[in-house]
Design a protein around this ligand. Structure first.
Ligand SMILES: [Zn+2]
Length: 109
């Protein structure tokens, strides 16, 4: 997936009212998989952690902010905050529902 596609997916999620954060990305090399954070191969959570330390405060549904963030971090991946604050930890949606529909119906702030 290109950086342009990633930002467009992030913007689409935001338009659905789903808060988005930017997360680090795994990099496959000839010797293994490393994280694009400063820890590289030593990262304990390769490609699975937010770029910002205060990621909860930085989560957004604002497309303009997302576009700015992806200009700064063009190789970032998309993360979706979960848990009570984000309204996705309290109410389970039916598993029989397609995942994209469950995402669109997730409770929002
Ligand atoms: Zn990392």
């Amino acid at each position: 997936m290109t950086a342009v596609m990633m930002v467009e997916h992030a913007v689409e999620l935001a338009r659905l009212g789903i808060e988005v954060i930017l997360v680090h990305n795994p990099i496959i090399t000839s010797t293994g998989v490393m994280c694009d954070c400063h820890k590289g191969y030593a990262c304990p959570s390769i490609g699975k952690h937010p770029i910002d330390k205060d990621w909860a405060a930085g989560s957004t549904t604002d497309p303009a902010i997302l576009r700015q963030r992806f200009e700064i971090y063009p190789t970032a991946s998309i993360g979706i905050p979960t848990g009570r604050r984000f309204g996705t930890g309290r109410k389970a949606l039916p598993r029989s529902m397609p995942s994209n529909e469950r995402l669109a119906r997730s409770p929002r702030r």
